[in-house]
Structure formats: structure tokens, C-alpha cells
Design a protein. Sequence first.
Length: 411
Amino acid sequence: MKDGSTPRRPHLAAALNAMAVVATLLSVGYVWAKNTQDRLLHSAAPEFCHAKLHGVALIREAFTRPDTLVMFGSSELIPDVPMKGVDFFSDLPTGFSVFPVGKAGTTALSVLQKLGGAGEVLTGKKVVLSLSPSFFQTETVDAKYFEGNSSKLQTKELLWSDEFSQGLKSAAAKQILAYPRAYEGDWVLGFTLRRVASGGWVDRVMLSLIEPYAYVDRAIGRMQDHVEATAALLEVPQETTKSKKIAKGKRILNWDELFLSAEQSSKALANRTKRKPLKASRRIGEGDSLFVGRMKKAQEWRDFELVLRLIKEAGAYPLVISMPVHADVLEAQGVSKKGWMEYGRELKALTAKYEAPLIYLEDHERDAIFFVDHADHIGSKGWWYYNKAMDDFFHNRPGFLPVASQATLLR
């Protein structure tokens, strides 16, 4: 301007005002979403919605709750049977509820993503890992299992986190790269996976160049995740969201009576279903070498070790619970006890390496009512052992490891 005064810039002022309004709305929306998640988290426990399985908001929120024990598993979490953990602890009978995460085909690599997405909130927290022995009996993980359970947001949070070592993130990236559908259509994730997997100095420089964009990309993903998580919680029927504080920590459970009830329920179900005997394909012992060779080469061991590494680096406290193998199924395939005992040896060695408490329910390999079928789906009796272990684990009771031996005392 000729008089030397500062030119007016109405467009700039309008743009700044618009940005301020948007920032305010986003902040208010974020606070509202967080408050909703805090208020209704327990209602999400039995729900296996997309936001819970593929997001980070609900899992992070669960880990921050002192009255919540997060449990990772697979299809055993789904069937509705009496004493199922999420239902058994739903009214916080001893002061906590169980927050199960997983669905059919949730193998260790998917659990790694979900734990990685929790990041820094894992520090000092307890986590339960339920293992399905069948995942360790094949050399490779079925691609549809991992791709159906994979999460792009969880993977990004894991790879860009400062909580975990470069070695761990590189090993995880190499495993995930074997499943192209897990990152297709997302150039940021694909680029990050390749650079982290390679791990050279050129890769680190390239990652630093895209870091600002990757940060914004994750921020957008987190905001979308909060919206989806809140929407999922609000869709849960209100009768399931009633306050659960009235019984919190007030009950002393009679585990002896609960065991008898669980056993009766399992027997009744077994009588109704009447499973047919399996037809043997080999003589017992003929399938040992094939079983052991396949089991020891299973990718699931490598992925599960990454899970244990991540938990140890995060400073969290795991409890590993493994179902027994199905003796009748393996014997029909020609596998003897000498052969299938190798699974227990491998499992005990790996968990001992990372000082992770293990409950392997191997005493129930021939227990016809422990499972509800020939797959890794536990019944009421199986859940009794899980629930007792989780209750002792949560309350830091000494001697919670020998839970499996208590059945002998109760018979």
C-alpha cells in the first residue's frame, strides 16, 4: 500500500480462524470419545467388533484400567459356554474383569501387532496369553488367518514406537512382509515395513525423511479409531453397561464348588453332543517323526518368541496358558505320547528363556470333557482352570502356577 501500512489479509485471518475452530472441535471430540470409552469399556469386553480387534484405542484403554485384565487368544474366546472368562468376571466378583482380544485365526503375529499398538501403556501391566497348540503343529501360518486379523494402524504404531528395540521391530517387519495383503494400498506402511526390515543407515535416513508425514498419518488413523471405538460402544445395548461396582471385590469365590459345577456342565454337554470316535489313519508311533519335525519348524514359535520379546522390552508381566493337545486326535494320526510331549518341552524352554510364567494343562490331554469339540475350544471345565489361574495371577497369589494339580484334590 502507498501509505506504507500493513496490507490487510482477510483470507489468511479466515483460514486461521477456521483452523482454530477445527482444532477446538477435534479436541472436544477427542475428550468426549475418551470419556465415553472410559465409561463404557466394560460393555465392550464381550464384543468382538472391528474397533476392538483392529484398533488401538480400546486395547490401550483396557490396559490403563486397574480393574481390567487383558487376555489375548483365538477362537476359544468365542463359543458361549458356562464359566467363559469374560462372563465369569463380568461383575468383577474379585475386583477385576477380563477384557478378551482375539477371534478365530488370531495367531502370535497378530497378537504382536495388538500389543505393539498399545506401546508405552504396557509398562508394568499384566497380560494373559492363551495358546492353541494346533497353531504350533503346522510349519506355516495360513495367510488368511493373519491377513484377516492384521491391522495397519497397530503395525504402524509398533514400527514407529520408541518403546521397542530396532532388532525387534526389524524381525517383526520381516515376518509381516510375507503377507502383502496386510499392507497393500498403504504406501506409508509398505515403505516403513521395507525400511525397518532392512535396517541399514540409508533406510534410517529415508525413514527420518518421511517421519513427519508418517506422524500425521498415524494421528489421522488414531482419530478415526477413536470415532469407531466410541460408535461401537454406543451401539452396545444399555442393559449390558450397568454399573458393576456393587459386587466389586466383595465376594469370596468357592473354587471347589465352582469346579464341580463346571465339571457337571461339561459332562452334560458331552452327553448331548456325543462325539464320534476318530478313525485311525496310522498305527500309534508311525506319525511321530512327521509331527515332531513339523512342530519344531512351525513359524508360530518364531512369532510367539517375538511376542515374549516385546512384552519383556515393554516391562510388562505375562501369564502364558496353553491348552493341552488332543490325545485322541493325535493318536488317530499315529502320534504317540512320546511324540506330542515335544510340544510341551519346546513351550517350557521358550517361556523359561523369557522368564514368563507358564501353565500348561497337559494333565488333560485325555480329558474328554475339557474341550467342547476336537478343535481348540475349551468348555466349562477348561474355563475353570483358566479363571482360577487368572484370578490368582491378578491378585499376585503365591503358588498360582500349580493350578492344574488342584483337580486331583477336588475329585
